[in-house]
Design a binder for this molecule. Structure first.
Ligand SMILES: [Zn+2]
Length: 200
C-alpha cells in the first residue's frame, strides 16, 4: 500500500479519482472523475475556467506551452493570501486593467491618453513603471522591495534590467550566469521562460 501511495504521489500531484460506490444514489462526474469534495468550487471551475483560460491566452498571445509555464497554483495561493481590496488591485495590475487614461479613452471618458504627470508619453498600463516625471519611478520601489527580501544580487539585477528593457520595448538581455553551475542554469531557464511569458 505504501508503494502505491508513493508512486501516486510522484505520478499524480492531485489525488487519484474516486470510485463509484454501490451505495451511492447520486454522484457528480466532471471530466470523467467523480467529485467528492468542494463541489461548488469544482462546478464553478468547470463552468468558467475553459473560457477564462481561452480569453487570457488570446489576450496575451500565449500558446498552451507558455500558458502552463506559469505556476498557477502558486499564483492562486498568493492571491488567496491577500486581503480582498489588495487582491482586486493585484489582479488589475496583472491583467493590465488599471484605470489609466489610455483605458479611459477606450470608453470615451477622456479625449487624450497623455500622462497626467506631463511627461509627454501616453499613460498606458505599465507607464507608471518608467514615467520620467514621477519623482521616484515604481521600478525603484520594486528594486528596494527585492533588496528587503534579500534577493540574490544577480537575480535582482537581471529582473531590473529585463523590466527596464521590456517597458522600453527593447530586447531582453540574457541572464548572465555560469552555464556550468546548476543553480545558474535553472535561473537562466526561469529567466528565458519569463521573457516568453512577459515581464509585466
Ligand atoms: Zn508619465
Amino acid at each position: 500500500m505504501d508503494k502505491i501511495t508513493g508512486d501516486c504521489r510522484i505520478a499524480h500531484p492531485s489525488p487519484l479519482p474516486a470510485k463509484a460506490h454501490l451505495g451511492n444514489q447520486v454522484s457528480l462526474t466532471l471530466n470523467g472523475h467523480i467529485v467528492t469534495t468542494k463541489i461548488h468550487l469544482q462546478l464553478r471551475t468547470a463552468l468558467t475556467a475553459p473560457s477564462l483560460q481561452d480569453y487570457i491566452k488570446r489576450k496575451e498571445k500565449w500558446d498552451d506551452h507558455i500558458f502552463f509555464m506559469i505556476d498557477w497554483q502558486a499564483h492562486g495561493s498568493y492571491l488567496a493570501s491577500l486581503p480582498f481590496p489588495k487582491r482586486v488591485n493585484v489582479i488589475k495590475m496583472i491583467h493590465n486593467w488599471q484605470y489609466t487614461k489610455s483605458r479611459a479613452m477606450l470608453f470615451e471618458e477622456t479625449e487624450n491618453s497623455s500622462c497626467p504627470m506631463g511627461c509627454g508619453m501616453d499613460e498606458t498600463a505599465m507607464h507608471h513603471l518608467g514615467c520620467s516625471s514621477l519623482p521616484a519611478s515604481d521600478l525603484r520601489s520594486i528594486n528596494r522591495w527585492m533588496s528587503h527580501q534579500n534577493t540574490a544580487p544577480p537575480i535582482q539585477l537581471a529582473i531590473m534590467s529585463s523590466l527596464k528593457a521590456w517597458i522600453s520595448d527593447e530586447p531582453i538581455p540574457p541572464f548572465p550566469g555560469d552555464t556550468t553551475d546548476k543553480l545558474d542554469r535553472l535561473t537562466a531557464l526561469a529567466h528565458t521562460e519569463q521573457s516568453l511569458i512577459g515581464w509585466t
